[in-house]
Design a protein around this ligand. Structure first.
Ligand SMILES: [Zn+2]
Length: 264
């Protein structure tokens, strides 16, 4: 078993989990008809914060969702649940799940079926509203029935903007990749770490001019990306890159029009 890596952010302990790697045509991520293959990891983040055990995003879940079969390939020997166990926890120990947005590669273990029986799942209301408007067969829209069921049954809570979910863990709405997309600050001041989710999911996004075909609002994404990464640099905060296959934790430094990454 690979070792789960961890680091401290103030009084919180942060584990980088792993839900495997997806492979897809570049065109699925950047638009156009590029046939080159592109690979992305999924790195849900587990945080011990006081009595709380908080998960940030939740991989693809037990299997690749039906709607992605044929377009995406999922490779893994171990999944997020194996890595949770390796960090010393079981599925029942997770108390909070924060979903950055509702794409299928972020919500899997949290929603369908909800595999974390004692967790409350936090979603921005704006993310749910956008997902309802997506076309049939879109990954975000597929998540809607599960979120609505969760709200009805009480295990899913809709957030309205920025705020602390538990002491020391603060969500901030940074739209662009999707409406109501939220990043997460862990700790504060010089002890802070940042989870950027799909606002800047891998090193190539540290060039803010790279327009991802998957951003709903590329201009907003670009502006938010620059603001959030600038703040991370000012705080010297480790930045956790959800889709980065190698060295998912970096410090960033502005270099001309883009940010350079230094593995932590
Ligand atoms: Zn993603």
């Amino acid at each position: 078993m690979a070792k789960v890596r961890s680091f401290e952010a103030g009084s919180a302990k942060v584990y980088i989990l792993d839900d495997g790697v997806f492979v897809t045509d570049a065109g699925n991520l950047f638009g156009g008809s590029k046939k080159a293959k592109i690979k992305g990891a999924m790195r849900p983040v587990l945080i011990e914060a006081g009595d709380h055990l908080v998960l940030l995003d939740a991989g693809f879940g037990p299997e690749l969702p039906e709607i992605l079969v044929g377009r995406y390939e999922l490779r893994r020997d171990e999944d997020m649940m194996d890595h949770l166990k390796e960090a010393g926890y079981g599925a029942g120990d997770v108390t909070h799940v924060i979903l950055s947005h509702l794409d299928a590669d972020h919500v899997g273990w949290a929603l369908e079926p909800p595999s974390l029986p004692n967790a409350t799942v936090y979603v921005q209301r704006a993310a749910l509203e956008e997902a309802r408007e997506m076309p049939e067969g879109d990954g975000r829209r597929e998540a809607v029935p599960a979120v609505e069921k969760g709200v009805e049954e009480g295990w899913c809570e809709l957030l309205e903007g920025n705020g602390e979910v538990v002491p020391g863990i603060r969500v901030e709405v940074r739209s662009g990749h999707s409406e109501g997309h939220q990043v997460v600050w862990i700790g504060s001041g010089g002890d802070a770490a940042l989870y950027t989710a799909d606002l800047a999911p891998a090193r190539i996004w540290l060039d803010p001019d790279l327009i991802a075909g998957v951003d709903t609002d590329p201009e907003a994404a670009r502006k938010n990306r620059i603001e959030v990464l600038t703040e991370a640099e000012e705080k010297n905060a480790p930045v956790i890159l959800y889709h980065e296959p190698k060295d998912p934790v970096v410090r960033v430094r502005r270099e001309g029009d883009k940010f350079e990454a230094e593995p932590v």
